[in-house]
Design a protein around this ligand. Sequence first.
Ligand SMILES: NC(=O)C1=CN([C@@H]2O[C@H](COP(=O)(O)OP(=O)(O)OC[C@H]3O[C@@H](n4cnc5c(N)ncnc54)[C@H](OP(=O)(O)O)[C@@H]3O)[C@@H](O)[C@H]2O)C=CC1
Ligand SMILES: O=C(O)[C@@H]1CCC=N1
Length: 275
Amino acid sequence: MIQAKLGFIGAGNMNRAIIDGLLSAGVNPQHIAVSNRSEQKLGYFADRGLTTSTSNTEVAALADVLILGVKPAQLLDVAQELKATCAATKPLVISVAAGVLTEQIAEVLGADTPIVRAMPNTPSTIGEGAAGLFANSLVNDGQRELAKTIIQACGIAVWVEQESLIDAVIAVAGSAPAYFFYILETMVDEAEKLGLNPKDAKALAVQTCLGAARLVQSTETDLATLRNNVTSPGGTTQAALASFKASGLDETLRAGMQAAVARAQEMAAEAARGR
Ligand SMILES: NC(=O)C1=CN([C@@H]2O[C@H](COP(=O)(O)OP(=O)(O)OC[C@H]3O[C@@H](n4cnc5c(N)ncnc54)[C@H](OP(=O)(O)O)[C@@H]3O)[C@@H](O)[C@H]2O)C=CC1
Ligand SMILES: O=C(O)[C@@H]1CCC=N1
C-alpha cells in the first residue's frame, strides 16, 4: 500500500474523485493532505480524517507527492506559489491539468523537477477510473512506479511515451465520461418519450451501458463482432445503426474527440500567455 505522504492542491471534482478512490482502496487518510483556496469544500475531507488547509504551501510542505488539481488557467500561478516549498522538499509533482505541459510547469518550479502528467477521469471516485500518464525525463523508476500505483488505486492507468498523447487520452478517457452521460441523457429522454416511466427508462439505459462495457471486458471477442451479434439482418438494431450512420454519428464522435484535442492544445498556449 502507498506509504508516501500525498498532498492534493485543489479540492474540486477531479482531486476529490482521486481521493475518494484512494480511500476506498484502503489508503490511510492520515497520509493525505488537501488544500483549497476556499474553506467550504475542505469539510468533506476533514470529516474523513485527512489533513486540510486553505494554505497550499502548508500542504505542499507535508507531501512526498504533490498532486496539482486546480484549473489549467490557475496551475502556473499555483506552481509559482509552491516553488520555494518544492525547492526545499523536492516532491514528485503530478499535474492532472488538461493542456498544461510538463515543460511549462518545470519553467516555474525549476528544470530539475520530476513531473508526471496524469489524465484521469471522474469514475476514479468509485475505483473505475481510466487514466493516461506521462513522465518527464527527471522522473526515476521508483517515482514512475509510485505515480502509477497512486493513479491505479482508482482504476486503470497506462503510460504514454509522448506528452502530446495525453491529449488523445483526454479525448478518449478524461473528457469521455461526459460523452456517455450525454448519450445516456438523450437515450433516457427518448425512452420516456416512447412511453417508459423515468425510473425504468434510466435503469434500462444505464444497465445496458454497464452490461455492454462489462461484456467487452469479459471477452476476447472484438467490438465489431459483439455489435454484429446484436444486429439481426433486417431487424431493429440494423435499422437503428443505419439511421445513426446516415446522420453522421461516426463523424460526429470523431469531430468531438478532435475538438477536445484542439482545445487542449489551445489551453497550453493560453497557459503560456497567462504568465
Ligand atoms: N473534472 C474532470 O473530469 C477532470 C479534470 N481534470 C483536470 O483537473 C483539474 C481540476 O478540474 P476540476 O476538478 O474539474 O475543477 P474544479 O473547479 O472542480 O476544482 C478546482 C479546485 O481548485 C481550487 N482552486 C482554485 N484556485 C486555487 C488556488 N489558488 N489554490 C488552491 N485551490 C484552488 C478551486 O477552489 P474554489 O472552489 O475555491 O474555486 C476548486 O476547488 C483541471 O486542471 C482539469 O483540467 C482532468 C481530468 C478530468
Ligand atoms: O473539461 C476539461 O477541460 C477537463 C479535462 C478533462 C475533463 N475535464
